[in-house]
Design a protein around this ligand. Sequence first.
Ligand SMILES: CC(C)(COP(=O)(O)OP(=O)(O)OC[C@H]1O[C@@H](n2cnc3c(N)ncnc32)[C@H](O)[C@@H]1OP(=O)(O)O)[C@@H](O)C(=O)NCCC(=O)NCCS
Length: 202
Amino acid sequence: MTPQLSMFRPRLDDLPPVTLPEGCELRTFAPGDEAVWERIIGISFGKNPGDIVFGKSMLESGEFQPGRVFFIRHNGEDAAVAAAYSRKPETMPGCGYLHYVGVLPGHTGLRLGYWVSLAALHRMRGEGRERANLHTDDFRLPAVKTYLNLGFVPVLVDENQRQRWRDVFAALSLPTLAERCAPILDGPVWHAPEIPPVVSLV
Ligand SMILES: CC(C)(COP(=O)(O)OP(=O)(O)OC[C@H]1O[C@@H](n2cnc3c(N)ncnc32)[C@H](O)[C@@H]1OP(=O)(O)O)[C@@H](O)C(=O)NCCC(=O)NCCS
C-alpha cells in the first residue's frame, strides 16, 4: 500500500540506555561487512540474494559512515542491523532517519530490532539530531510494534492512512492507540518541513 507509513520520534534526549540480552554484542560496521549487511537484510526482508545491494541502498545517498551502521551479534552470529541515517533534503529540521532494520529469522523474539535501532537512535543524538523518522509498511507488524516500543508515533502522510493506521492498531490488538492517536489520525495531513503533532502513547 502506498504511500508507506511514516513514524517519528519527537525527541532524542530521553533515550533509554542500550542493555542487550545475554549472548549479544553490539558493534558498528567494519571493512567487509557489506556482505553481512546484505545477508541480514536480504533474508529478513524475504528477498533473493542480490535483490537488495549494499552499494545502492546504503552508499548512494552519500550518508554512509561505518559508525552509523550497527550490528548485533547473537550467539556468535551477526543477527541484527540498523542504520542511523538522515534524509536529504531533511523532511523536518534536525531529523535523523532510521534506515534498514532487520533481524535474521533464527534470532527474532528477543527484541534485537529494538536494541539495534536504539543504538542507532543514540548515534543520531550523538550527531546532534533532535528527532527521528522512518518509513515502514502496514504488514510489518513486528516492525511497527518495535517502533512503538521505541517511542515512535505515526505521522499522517496521506488521507488513506487514517484508516490504515486504525487497521494496523487493530491487527496489533492495540485498539486504544487509535483513540490516543486521534489528534494525528483525525488531523491534517503532514507536510514537510512542519514538525508533526506529538501525542503520548505511554
Ligand atoms: C522488525 C524486526 C526487525 C523485529 O525483529 P525482533 O526484534 O526480533 O522482533 P520480536 O520478535 O522481538 O518482536 C518485536 C515486537 O513485535 C511483536 N510481534 C512480533 N510478531 C508479531 C506479529 N506477528 N503481530 C504482532 N506483533 C508481533 C512482539 O510481541 C514484540 O513486541 P513486544 O516486545 O512489545 O512484546 C524483524 O521482524 C524483521 O527483521 N522483520 C523483517 C524486516 C522488516 O520488516 N524490517 C523493518 C522494515 S521497516
